[in-house]
Write a protein that binds this ligand. Structure first.
Ligand code: SF4
Ligand code: SF4
Length: 356
């Protein structure tokens, strides 16, 4: 009987992976539940303050355990996690090739025409439906970035890729420009084999990180990461971090741009991931002046909204200060009187930096 159950679990796992392919995912696999060593380090990482203001990472279950320490802590009924991944690699440019100091950088995942959460969740729902057809009565929950789950750890154990020294999931064939979706389920599915680590002796991402956020291989201090600072951090940016933020106005791609596994990464085939040209390397002067209406119209349905208008303008003003372009001084001096006190304070910092 036990052998039959294992065989059925393996066959269903294959059916689910086929459904993921049919839905348009590039990669899919099944992770078992368990206490993975990568998640065992979460309490220490949080205690070190590396999560900054991202308090949601500290969510606990009714018995006080960190929800993200294992999927079964948040969902005691969980038996498997289906992980699906889709490539969003659009045609270059890479941020590391950009040289125009009057332009800022928005992370490539945010160039898409439709918010990727929507696109990926739509596909994930197709896979979830197929799983529910195969295993009648099973419980499922589908998430794209919104669940109390450290997706990349489950992606590793589902064989989607290894966790690189830059902390991203990397697949040997597809690279690391991947959106992940997970389905937590009560169904016992045959787990896939974890992908082996292929970083080897490479340390390109650690050397290229401008803020020292990759404090050691496989470990990131999010409070030093430009993605955190430009997207999640509210209010003033720490003064000592502003120069290292460079031209970034939303997120950062550097540690993926330099990764050798992305050199030959295939292009995304999903039409919804076509980049919006106005979001690729936008003019800083334009971003700094976005009013409510322009912000709402430009970023309707876009992940960029997470930074909020104030944060995006703050970042643009900071990047102008980093540009070395004294041509920005007139605009920045005016922004020193901006009604948004955060923008005004960063404009004063930028003026002082350009006058140095
Ligand atoms: S995203 Fe940028 S700042 Fe963050 S770790 Fe990578 S290179 Fe460093
Ligand atoms: S740049 Fe090198 S060390 Fe960093 S993730 Fe890629 S392969 Fe690994």
């Amino acid at each position: 009987m036990a052998e039959q159950a294992v065989a059925a679990g393996a066959q269903i796992a294959q059916t689910v992976q086929d459904a993921a392919r049919a839905a348009g995912f590039d990669l899919a696999g099944v992770a078992p539940i368990g206490r993975f060593p990568e998640l065992g380090r979460l309490p220490e990482w949080l205690a070190d303050g590396h999560a900054g203001e991202m308090r949601y990472l500290e969510a606990r279950n009714p018995t006080g355990e960190l929800k993200r320490s294992a999927v079964e802590v948040a969902f005691p009924w969980a038996r498997s996690v289906v992980v699906c991944a889709i490539n969003y690699n659009s045609a270059r440019p890479y941020s590391t090739d950009m040289r125009d100091p009057e332009r800022g950088w928005i992370a490539r995942y945010a160039w898409t025409r439709e918010d990727y959460h929507k696109t990926v969740l739509r596909k994930l729902k197709q896979v979830e439906t197929r799983l529910r057809e195969e295993v009648r009565g099973c419980r499922t929950l589908a998430y794209v970035d919104t669940g109390p789950i450290v997706e990349r750890v489950y992606a590793k154990y589902a064989g989607v890729g290894w966790i690189g020294k830059n902390t991203c999931i990397i697949n040997e064939q597809v690279g690391s420009w991947l959106f992940l979706g997970v389905i937590v389920t009560s169904a016992e599915l045959e787990p896939s084999l974890p992908a082996p680590d292929r970083c080897g002796t490479c340390t390109a991402c650690i050397e290229a990180c401008p803020t020292g956020a990759l404090t050691e291989p496989y470990r990131m201090d999010a409070t030093r990461c430009i993605s955190y600072l430009t997207i999640e951090k509210r209010g003033s940016l720490p003064t000592e971090m502003r120069a290292a933020i460079g031209q970034h106005v939303f997120g950062c791609d550097i540690c993926q741009d330099v990764c050798p596994w992305n050199r030959e990464a295939p292009r995304a085939t999903e039409a919804a991931f076509e980049p919006r040209p106005e979001l690729v390397n936008p003019a800083l002067a334009w971003v700094a002046e976005l009013d409510e209406e322009a912000f709402a119209n430009t970023f309707r349905g876009s992940p960029v909204r997470r930074a909020r208008r104030s944060g995006l303008r703050r970042n643009a003003v900071t990047a102008m200060g980093n540009s070395g372009r004294r041509e920005f001084l007139t605009q920045l001096e005016r922004l020193c009187e901006d009604p948004d006190p955060v923008v005004a304070e960063h404009a004063r910092w930028a003026v002082a930096k350009l006058r140095q």
